[in-house]
Design a protein around this ligand. Structure first.
Ligand SMILES: C[S@@+](CC[C@H](N)C(=O)[O-])C[C@H]1O[C@@H](n2cnc3c(N)ncnc32)[C@H](O)[C@@H]1O
Length: 272
């Protein structure tokens, strides 16, 4: 699936919703980042990305840089590089130290072959025309430079899908509730290499599986709540479903001691 094909996909890629609500500030993104920091085994995606920049010179561009996690880390580890953060949302860029600029991944305001490396971390699933954005990443990077892309695999956080369906079914009084919204369905770790190979000769996948185990419903509730910008897409009252999910998780923890969520993120390293 590359072009938005239904109302939910359109909502996931709608620029007004992304810049004006979902990523108007870093609040909801930070909630998801905090959830991921609980993963075991622990791994450090910004550190892995910085490692992949060995040998890169000049400028690095972080497309869809969000609240600047990768920008800050690369600047700290590689003060010799100029790291430019680009994002669709002026609001989320307000707290990221410059240089930063508002820009769309579909049309990067950069000269061809001008960047030593390019990052597009957990963001291509929000772009309406994914092949077009991949072509832009390939256009602006210098021939030998890496393009780092991250996303999630199929059945990432499947336990949250099941939890959401059950909670929504309880709220609606139906047998099976509607599906949870999952960003990465548009650009999964499994399907990403085929899309990236249209522009890149080499595409290496580094799978980074892990498990988040919680002993209190709060991190699950914070994660589910972080999708509030898409509350109208859920076919079940959003807040009531989150509250029902809280009760289901609390009950599960009382009975079994914990609630586990399986995460299937990964990093793709591409070269032209
Ligand atoms: C899930 S966040 C990831 C942020 C950051 N890359 C990270 O991994 O922490 C997605 C980011 O991509 C941005 N974004 C979405 N569509 C975009 C587009 N077409 N062009 C540029 N940025 C976009 C959003 O505003 C948001 O900040």
């Amino acid at each position: 699936m590359t072009e938005p094909s239904d109302a939910r996909e359109t909502a996931l890629t709608d620029r007004e919703r992304l810049a004006g609500s979902a990523y108007r500030s870093g609040r909801d993104l930070a909630a998801r980042q905090a959830f991921h920091r609980r993963r075991t085994p622990r791994y450090d995606l910004p550190g892995l990305a910085a490692e992949r920049l060995a040998g890169v010179r000049g400028s690095v561009v972080d497309v869809g840089c969000g609240n600047g996690t990768f920008v800050r880390r690369i600047r700290a580890e590689r003060p010799d590089l100029t790291v430019l953060g680009l994002d669709l949302s002026p609001g989320i860029l307000a707290d990221v130290p410059g240089p930063v600029a508002v820009a769309d991944a579909g049309r990067l305001p950069l000269a061809s072959e001008s960047a030593g490396a390019v990052l597009a971390m957990h963001m291509l699933y929000h772009v309406p025309d994914i092949p077009g954005a991949v072509a832009e990443l390939a256009r602006v990077v210098r021939r030998a430079g890496p393009v780092l892309v991250s996303t999630n695999g199929e059945r990432d956080k499947a336990e949250l899908d099941e939890l959401w369906q059950r909670a929504a079914a309880d709220v609606l009084g139906t047998g099976r509730g509607p599906d949870r919204l999952v960003f990465s369905d548009r650009f999964t770790l499994e399907r990403a290499p085929a899309l990236l190979r249209a522009e890149f000769r080499q595409v290496e996948t580094l799978a980074l599986p892990g498990v988040v185990t919680v002993h209190d419903p709060a991190p699950i509730v914070a994660y589910l709540t972080s999708y509030r910008a898409w509350a109208d897409q859920y076919e079940a009252p959003f807040e009531a479903t989150v509250e029902r999910a809280r009760a289901i998780v609390a009950d599960h923890i009382v009975r079994t001691g914990s609630f586990r969520v399986t995460c299937r993120a990964g990093l793709l390293v591409c070269r032209r």
